[in-house]
Design a protein around this ligand. Structure first.
Ligand code: RTP
Length: 150
């Protein structure tokens, strides 16, 4: 059965503030499976491509500046409903509107420093994964019986 994938990116502020582990814990503890992960500092043209749908927005230049300001952690997560549930774990775009218990609700103040990105649909997840992981992701399945630890 093909399972759903989402592209999740910890933005430069999340990396610089040491929130990488905390964010990964939240996705792992929910039950999602990590499929790919890399620490990368992207070029301006790449950031513009990732956010091309927002190119007409007044905040676009500042957004691109923010994304290229330091390394980001690019990840692919897998699991049932991971796109929608991932957005719930992340919280509303504007941190002031994000509920406590969400990543943005707990760790962000400004919309322009909102720590993390998550795909907003299955279709954009596919597009973003193809952009960030052009060589594809490793297919792996646990060979361990789920009730046996060793
Ligand atoms: P993301 O793509 O980063 O997950 O965010 P989103 O879907 O929740 O929000 P979207 O509207 O796609 O905006 C993308 C990112 O642009 C920045 N932004 N700044 N200054 C502003 O008014 C403003 N609005 C959006 C945020 O970093 C937002 O996450």
């Amino acid at each position: 059965m093909a399972s759903e994938l989402s592209f999740i990116m910890i933005k430069p502020d999340g990396v610089q503030r040491g929130l990488v582990g905390e964010i990964i814990v939240r996705f792992e503890k929910k039950g999602f499976k990590l499929k790919a992960l890399k620490l990368v500092q992207v070029e301006r043209s790449f950031a513009e491509k990732h956010y091309e749908d927002l190119s007409s927005k007044p905040f676009f230049a500042g957004l691109v500046e923010y994304i290229v300001s330091g390394p980001v952690v690019a990840m692919v997560w897998e699991g049932k409903g991971v796109v929608l549930t991932g957005r719930k774990i992340i919280g509303a775009t504007k941190p002031a509107e994000a509920n406590p218990g969400t990543i943005r609700g707990d760790y962000a103040i400004d919309v322009g420093r909102n720590v993390i990105h998550g795909s907003d649909s299955v279709e954009s997840a596919h597009k973003e994964i193809a952009l960030w992981f052009p060589d594809g992701v490793v297919e792996w399945h646990s060979s361990l019986h789920p009730w046996i630890n060793e």
